[in-house]
Write a protein that binds this ligand. Structure first.
Ligand SMILES: Cc1cc2nc3c(=O)[nH]c(=O)nc-3n(C[C@H](O)[C@H](O)[C@H](O)COP(=O)(O)O)c2cc1C
Length: 323
């Protein structure tokens, strides 16, 4: 599983960095793959309110949000927001990322598309502030709640610390490490012991993308899903995206990847190939099943629809066998 951390403090060796790295170290011990983005070091252009996202579902601004952060937010199963309190909310750098996620909000509420990860993703908040008032985290909690809703993450948990001001205050806290470890265990236990399934086809542009999206969407956090191709294409197939949108499933921000890349971090227990013949991957210890589906690339859109429906049926069966 992938855990994405968004680090919002401009102080390099400060409290937020300490909190988030303690969280990620504990998560790695649990077998998770972690990725931290220090948003203060990225090229992030604040939302310009062009409202293209609300009409067309994408943001025309070219920066690291578009190239790096959007795809990772879609891939992550757990998103951790980490920030100091600056005037009763998150830092401006992190808020700029949140505002750019209006694109996700628009795809969800205007275009009525569902993220395949909708039923599995969780959101978690880590925050620190110098003062001790009752309302210290209220503004931040509200912003975080609506951010997690836009990115299809269930927000039920947080760790927030008052009276933390000097850069080493958090590290000197006597119970923080234990509290972070307990939170990680709470969050990651439901993801333990899931069957790891890799969907593979030649280009990773149509069949294995559809299978992976249906499996994620329909099985929620019950299956650990990945996908790859023996000869990955440059981008996913636009007709495939279209026919999945007809089913309300959002395929945005996904790109083909190689089978090697897909298995680099985790070995699947089951590999489902889509009919790739001799190019089928061999992974020691993994069972291989071939669904023998014809490649819809370059065929009519109706053919793509037929393959989509066939894939969906097979995924429903697979889930009932695995559960
Ligand atoms: C611009 C700015 C605004 C701040 N606003 C607040 C605030 O509203 N309430 C508060 O309790 N602390 C506030 N602080 C203090 C920080 O939240 C606190 O020092 C925190 O520990 C910094 O965490 P860091 O080391 O991760 O950057 C503010 C600090 C700065 C620089």
């Amino acid at each position: 599983m992938l855990i994405l951390g968004l680090q919002g403090s401009p102080r390099k060796k400060g409290n937020t960095n300490y909190l988030l790295s303690t969280f990620m170290t504990a998560a790695e011990k649990f077998g998770a793959r972690t990725h931290v983005i220090d948003v203060t070091q990225k090229k992030i252009i604040p939302c310009k309110e062009y409202t293209v996202c609300e009409k067309k579902g994408y943001c025309p601004i070219e920066d690291d949000v578009k190239d790096e952060i959007y795809p990772l937010l879609r891939e992550a199963e757990l998103v951790v927001l980490a920030t100091p309190i600056f005037f009763y909310n998150m830092t401006a750098q992190l808020k700029a990322v949140v505002d750019r996620c209006q694109t996700f909000w628009a795809r969800k509420y205007k275009l009525k598309l569902k993220d395949p990860g909708a039923n599995m993703r969780r959101g978690f908040l880590l925050a620190v502030g110098a003062t001790k008032g009752k309302n210290l985290f209220e503004g931040l909690n509200l912003t975080t709640q609506y951010f997690f809703d836009a990115i299809w993450a269930k927000f039920g948990d947080s760790l927030t610390y008052r009276g933390i001001e000097g850069p080493k205050d958090m590290a000197a806290h006597t119970t923080v490490k234990k509290e972070v470890e307990e939170a990680v265990e709470r969050l990651l236990t439901p993801f333990q012991g899931r069957k790891k399934v890799l969907f593979a086809c030649r280009e990773n542009a149509c069949r294995s993308q559809m299978a992976s999206a249906f499996a994620q969407f329909l099985a929620g956090d019950k299956i650990d899903v990945s996908n790859g191709g023996s000869e990955p294409a440059e981008k996913i197939n636009p007709d495939m995206v279209k026919v999945m949108h007809e089913k309300g499933i959002d395929m945005a921000f996904r790109s083909p990847r190689s089978i090697e890349e897909a298995i680099a971090n985790d070995t699947p227990e089951l590999i489902i190939t889509m009919g790739c013949g001799e190019q089928c991957p061999v992974v020691p210890g993994a069972k291989i099943t071939d669904w023998d589906l014809p490649d819809p690339a370059g065929k009519s859109i109706d053919f793509m629809r037929d393959i989509r429906d066939e894939v969906e049926k097979k995924i429903v069966n697979l889930i009932s066998e695995i559960k």
